[in-house]
Design a protein around this ligand. Sequence first.
Ligand code: GLY
Ligand code: MN
Ligand code: MN
Length: 486
Amino acid sequence: MNSGSNSNNNEKGVEVRTHDIPVADAMTEFMKEGWAPSPLTGISSHPSIPFTQLRRDKLSKQYVGKRLIFPSGSLKVRSNDSDYQFRANSAFSWFTGIVASDCVPDSLFVMEPTTSGHEALLFIHPRSPRNDSEFYKDTRFGEFWVGRRMTLEETETKYGIKVRQIESIEEFLKDKKETLLVRGEDSAIDKLVEENTESEKEFLNYISVMRAVKDKYEIDEMQKAIDASVRGFADMVRVFPAATSVARGERVIEAAFYGRARLEGNDNGYPSIVASGAHACVLHWIKNDGDVLPGDLILIDAGVEVESHYTADITRTFPVNGKFTEAQRKIYMIVYKAQQAGIAAVKPGAKFKDFHAACMVEIAKGAEELGVLPISAEESLKEENGLHRRWQFHGSGHHLGIDVHDCAHARKEQYAEAVLEAGMILTVEPGFYIQPDDTLFPEEYRGIGVRIEDDILVTESGAKILSNALPRHPDEVEAYMAKLLK
Ligand code: GLY
Ligand code: MN
Ligand code: MN
């Protein structure tokens, strides 16, 4: 920030950077006048409103008489005075519906208990008026530096929640009530609200499990995220020739997807995994600095997060040059069959853990057929053995939504052991990874890693593959690549 006087602190007590140019008092005065009103025009109610209202009603009934606080989170320093791109806390986003481009760091959403339930209150740092120097002096919040924010009234009109100035929060919180806070997002609020570890843990659990069954707004947003990601996968395949022609070609591919994520959405939903050759056997390969070699497979796990913060989570494994070798296809088909079996096990009434079990039967059978299991597949599938897991150590899927690993605070009985219901969205993502030094396999198989991941909606009658537009079968993958690369 900068200040009117030439001190090291501005009028809000924030340290001034040494490279900022001091503002003379005459200029401060001059900046107060000559500005036309610039209201936002054409603001309409956001389509999330009827849905966020229902979510808040349910929450209100669960926590009668308690004050509930959801911080948006604060900017996080990347280095010195540069921050990471801001991304709101998922619970804040889920209860307010505020989309990424409208979200202001350090906001708070409060459910304030009333005699009849709760009043929803949003505390934000609104647009600064022209008679306050913030608009041109404040590098973190000033309109000249970071763009226009909405006023209190504009925010209220768009999101249907009563909005107040964040500056009033300290005074507001002086009226002490039993409070539950999503802690760890806003250090200032953390200090103002007394901690109760047990009840906050229960609160996190409740609001996490609430998100398991998606409403229509969410399913539509998820489809948008997935459709954008499908276009992002095509963008990536198109740059394969460029990626093979330079060192660190994985970065070329990663950048192609990021372009799509920023164009159509808010960001990547998580760091893309672009894993060529044996990098595919590193489950969270996000360095993405490897060469891309024709003849290798490339495993890509990427998802666009749309403005509403919902994200896709899709993996495909491509032959870099457009044709699978025999060995590659053999491993690919094990994973393909495992995924088909997993998807078939997704239906209302089945348990969440059933689709993983279905995937693992195929993974074990595949390993048995390849002659690398020292015991039968049947024996291996027994809980006390699990030897086939050498080639798929991870689980076969998870809830997906506003977080890539959604509902993360659910307990085991609410997640793996729970029954699937229509409206849940899951990934099904088996894999088979043969480490480059796995001597149980002949040379030509070593370093092959395959994962296929799709996003599945549980429906009344079974399941719908929301990412079905992206081919999975190896013949279809080859045809798709040939079309994109011709
Ligand atoms: N992309 C993270 C996952 O597949 O779980
Ligand atoms: Mn996943
Ligand atoms: Mn993934």
